[in-house]
Design a protein around this ligand. Sequence first.
Ligand SMILES: Nc1ncnc2c1ncn2[C@@H]1O[C@H](COP(=O)(O)OP(=O)(O)OP(=O)(O)O)[C@@H](O)[C@H]1O
Length: 248
Amino acid sequence: MVADIPHPQIELSGIYTAYMGAELPVIRDLSLNIGKGEFVMVGGPNGAGKTTLLETINGMLYITHGSARVCGLDVTKQGVEVRKRTGYVIQSFAFDPLTPFTVEHVVMMGRYGILGCFRNPSEPDYRAAEEAMRMLDLEDLAEKPIGTLSGGQQQKVLIAQNLAKKPDIMLLDEPFSNLDLCTREFVSGVLEDISSQGCTVCMVSHAFDALPDKDLRIVVMDEGCIRLNTICHSSEVEDTIRRMTVVS
Ligand SMILES: Nc1ncnc2c1ncn2[C@@H]1O[C@H](COP(=O)(O)OP(=O)(O)OP(=O)(O)O)[C@@H](O)[C@H]1O
C-alpha cells in the first residue's frame, strides 16, 4: 500500500456501486485516493469492475453506500459538475460509417457539455478544439467524415474530443485497443504531457508496452474490489499486474 495523499482529487471511501435493476453491487467497499496530476493504470481480469470504477468516478452510476468526492465535489449530488471537469474516453466505440459529422465537428462536441444549451462556440472553444486536434496530429483529417476513418483514427478523435474539454481528470477505458505500437507510444506521450501539466490520468488498459517512462500508480481490481494499490515504474507494471491476476 502507498502513503496517504494529503489532498486527493479523487477520494472514494467505502463505496458500493450498483447497476440499475441489479440485485448486488458490482463495486464493494472500495476506497481509493488519487492525487492531482497522477498517472494511474487500472488493471485486472475481465469483469473485475474497472469500467464500473471509471463510471463511478464520473458520477454515471448509482453509489448506494460510502462517500465519493471528485475535484472537491460530491459525486452523488453534483454528477453533472463532475462530468464537466472530467474527460471520459469509452471502451471500443465505433461511429456508424454514415455519421454526418466531420472530425472537427466531433472534437468540438467536447466543448458543448461545458458551453451549455443554445450557446454557440466562441473563440476559446475553437482554439481548444484546434489545440486538441494538433496534439493528436489530426489536422489533416479535420474535414473528413468521422465514419470514414479507421478504428484507430476514430479512437484518436475521441481522445481529442475529451482533451478539447480541458478536463481536470481524464478517464480512459482501453484507449490503446485499436492503436498500433507507434500510435500507442504517441498517445501515451500526449497523456504523459497532460499529466505533467496537472491533469490526472486514470486509464484502464491491458496493453503495457507504451507506457511513459516513469513511476505510475497501479490499481489492480478483482470482483469489484481493489487487490493492489501501489506505485511502481512503468517497466514493472506488466509483471506487477500479471502477478496479481494469475489464476490460482
Ligand atoms: N449495464 C450493466 N448492468 C448490469 N451489470 C453490469 C453492467 N455493466 C457491467 N456489468 C457487470 O459489472 C461487472 C463488472 O463489469 P466491468 O465492465 O466494470 O468490468 P471490466 O473490469 O471493465 O471488464 P473488461 O476488462 O472485460 O472490460 C461484470 O460482472 C458485468 O457483468
